[in-house]
Ligand binder design. Sequence first.
Ligand code: IFM
Length: 443
Amino acid sequence: MTKHRDAFTVSRSDFPEGFLFATATSAYQIEGHQFGGAGPTHWDSFARQPGKVYKGQTGALACDHYHRWEGDLDLIRDAGLDAYRFSTSWARVMPDGKTLNPEGMDFYDRLVDGMLERGIKPMATLYHWELPQALADKGGWTSREIPQRFADYSHKIAARLGDRLWSTAPVNEPWCVAWLSHYEGYHAPGLADLRSAARAMHHVALAHGLSVEALRDEGVQNVGAACNMEYALPATDRDADVEAAQLYDGIYNRWFVGAMMKGAYPEDVLEGLSPHMPEGWQDDMALISQPLDWMGINYYTCKRMIRSKGDWPAYGTVDGPLPKTDMGWEICPEGFDWLLRRTAEEYTGDLPLYVTENGMANAEPADLSDHARIDYIDRHLEMARDMVRDGVPLRGYTIWSLLDNYEWTLGYDKRFGLVHIDFDSLDRTPKASYHALARALER
Ligand code: IFM
């Protein structure tokens, strides 16, 4: 049985003054989408399809953060965290994707003020996956109309909240929005089609570019991005497996950061995707690569890749030897270290980097002594500390997640929170990791 740490070895004083410690959630995963006039989303429709989502669960009630947000912000403040990465819900602010719902916008206005009153920096993300169903009906991310709509929504958010946001990122985890949802079929809308995926891979990047432009137009400061990355390892040293790992790295890790930072998609990925790309995509690259103020990376795990039979991209994964989280994801802080250093060296240079998500799902013991989570976070923080000492311009670290919440396809079955949610009573109970974190941030 693995012996886990029950306290953090790393503390705030191991990092330079101003290094930001944050926690994150997202709108649909915690708010309770049934409240406040929010419109139907493609996740509601996806969950109604048999077998797509654990027990057909949705974000209708979630953690009822919509009514309990003040207590939740108190929890962030009391842990000693500096910032809160939250998302605004497109379907709450614009239930049909285009018409403003004042009640929805007012909610985020109160939320942002609530953070500032508590000394918490608001880190906003504008799209964390709840596409209004009305826009899904128009083809969703396979359609070029959706990035244009996203720009309108970005303008509206920026005009109302932009003066008080500490940072803003347009799209959370573009790879998930595009590839996981249109090629792997694992997230809404659940497509498994290369042509749709190629279109989504470009339209999501375009949405980022248009949104950055809208935010800049409205005078919003400190604009960045939150790209997820996975460390791709060849399962053997066979050339075919090495190539499979490189291609996975290209699709997952290099596509969006390459587009945003260099204005170019990786050539090895274009070999497979270019026949399916929307016409004239090259003309959008300057818009997509306009300057950012920071780059965010979400990191959880590594994958061991093999060449498989079948059509491009013809790769698969095999099980690895490292201990796993409750998601079945290997715990691999080495990959975190490698990906952050590679991103800085090859893409972002001196631009500030933030870890915008890192954390683990854990099946907690009844007494909420989630030492496995303390261990996971501490091991990644050790890597972060060493990177900072080595001169990597890493400026902050964000834990996913503040609360147990709706884990998409896996419903409420997987728990990522520093704070336990009883999904019957909706009571919040801080876990051992929450208390240990508060102690580490005081030191
Ligand atoms: O819960 C998700 C989140 O919505 C996006 N990043 C990964 C988390 C864990 O799977």
